[in-house]
Ligand binder design. Sequence first.
Ligand SMILES: Nc1nc2c(ncn2[C@@H]2O[C@@H]3COP(=O)(O)O[C@H]4[C@@H](O)[C@H](n5cnc6c(=O)[nH]c(N)nc65)O[C@@H]4COP(=O)(O)O[C@H]3[C@H]2O)c(=O)[nH]1
Length: 699
Amino acid sequence: MDSMTTCKQTRILIVDDDSGAIRVLTQILKDVGKVYFTTDSTQALELALSVTPDFILLDIEMPELNGIDLCQRIKNQYALSDVPILFVTCHTDVDTETRALTAGAIDFIHKSANPVLIKTRVQNYLALKHHYDEQRKLAQAVEQSSDSIIITDIDGNIEYVNPMSEKSSGYSRQEMLGQNPRLLASGKTSAQAYQNLWSALTSGRTWRGEFINRRKDGSEYIERANVSPIAQADGKITHYLAIKTDITDQTLMQDEISRLGRFDSLTNLPNRRQLQERLRQVLSACSRHQHASALLFIDIDDFRRLNDIYGHSLGDKVLTEISLRLRQDCLRTEDVIARLGGDEFAVIIENLSKDLWVAASQAEEVAEKILVTITKPLVFDSIEQHLTASLGIYLFTGDDLDVEEAIKRADATMYRAKAAGKNCFKFYDPQIQRDIERRITLETDLRRAVSEQQLTIFFQPQFDQDKRLTGAEVLLRWEHSEQGMIPPSEFIPLAEEKGLIISIGLWVLKSACLQLRTWNMKPGWEQFQLSVNISPCQFRDKDFVSDLRELIIETGILPHHLVLEITESTVLEGVSSIIEKMNALKALGVRFSMDDFGTGYSSLSQLKQLPLNELKIDQSFVRELAIDANDEVIVRTIIAMGQNLGLTVIAEGVENASQYDKLLAQGCKHFQGYWFGRPLPAEAFEHMYQSASEYIHNS
Ligand SMILES: Nc1nc2c(ncn2[C@@H]2O[C@@H]3COP(=O)(O)O[C@H]4[C@@H](O)[C@H](n5cnc6c(=O)[nH]c(N)nc65)O[C@@H]4COP(=O)(O)O[C@H]3[C@H]2O)c(=O)[nH]1
């Protein structure tokens, strides 16, 4: 017998009206457990309830309450219903025995039975009860577990689910029994996880991992699971056991904690830590691709004063609104904006140009937008706020730079902007800063130059192969009051960038037309023509055709004496709409020249579609003509191509006789360049070529 049966806690109750019988039984069972007894069957139930015995021996024939009735009463008590009852009786008839068993007794034994037999039987029943108690405890633990427990057979059919499984999945026990656990699959648990699960189970090991499951109502939940094979004594696997804990809340909490660690709680923008992470990535991407990127530090001017006067809650509203405006009005979705704390924001602008000067003007554009956005009035609690900001811009290409250093530089630059009077931006690089400042001044000056008529046009003569003057190219000049002559290569890109080129270009056209009319009225100058440069954005302007039509009517020029010089970049985007526009202009009578030809990427097929009259060989090919054999081939090809297409070919930048001779030898018939004449103001031009009027081409 096992130790349990001899354990002191085992309590045995004997009920018999015969005290002699009690004595005998007590003697037999004293080693099995502590024996309690009574001869009064009417007291027995009460005694049993207080003792809660592990085993009861009952006599059948007793006065007042017989053993069978007592047995029923005991069985009716919840606390005693599992206690095994053995009848010890003199009865041997089947009827009494049947009634005894029906009343709930486990067995009966004759009073005269051998003591060893009685003792052994009691011990066996106690062992059985112990086993049953253990099983029940286990079953209760599984049923009441706060983990979901699922048992499947070897084919994966569910044989058991505990109440927690029903609760967390939303499926009832009936709905799950017989099903495969994939009933709960959401499709989001990785295939790798399932592979690992089955490889562990088939080799008899436990798998630990996570499932992303789907409840009956469709919602998803995450379970941390231990899935183990259940093996028989011989090692044969008969079942699988899954014990799972719902960790959805825990995961969400972890996500939230990690989100809080990376985002600013007020504005929901990335915080300093995330900015550092992103900056690290951007720096290494910059080193790889050699693109420039910019880090902008933005600090709201005098924000502390606003906080002190109106309180932090208004301050918070202002910061939230500013973060929204920056995101929506100033930045592309791929730009990173972070709040570093207080009134400090930072922006990373990626993938700027490889050319640092172009990158600087791209960053400048964003900085300007930011300044404008922040100065727009904010109204909170009926109070209108007018804010400004100071910006520090650090441009980088990723070479030899760490995150902290980049941050330090942008930060220090922002303080320079503050020191310079706030509401402005500064670049870290002093050379870029100087260039930007010059461009900013230049822009202001250019606007003034337009209104104060500081702009003027010069004319550079064009000749044919017989050195007869055929016309001139109109070239814009800006005589700055302090800086003297500013070259068009400097101010025309600025005018294009700032949208000033439309009005400037129109002014050039008008001045050119007026001059053309004057000259065409002079004897000998009737066929003289003027070429005017047209910027791509000027050409694309929706009013360009109508403006030119009005000019032609207003000035009364002969439109075929006006040549519009466009570049290959004008026709780069949307060829069909460009052709349409060129045809509309052609209908007015004007002619077209393709300027700087050979430097762009126009294909022959594209060229053939354009209603051109002239090709202008770029001066870079002419310059090297005597030195570079390649350029000679290019020039020859352009001339042949132009002639095949029925176009006039003019070479620009002819600086000496040898270039002229070579061009002439290759069939070029029109020329422009310093060797023939430099650009001159109208009066000087007229004076210079008055005497040469007989050379004016009259074809
Ligand atoms: N080295 C050398 N240079 C010569 C020679 N002959 C002429 N040039 C210069 O070459 C440029 C020719 O003009 P472009 O290619 O249309 O190039 C022009 C044109 O793209 C632009 N531009 C000038 N005026 C206007 C204008 O009214 N509107 C527009 N949109 N662009 C203009 O500015 C560019 C530069 O103009 P400029 O400085 O006047 O420079 C002019 C002219 O002075 C030569 O023999 N040697």
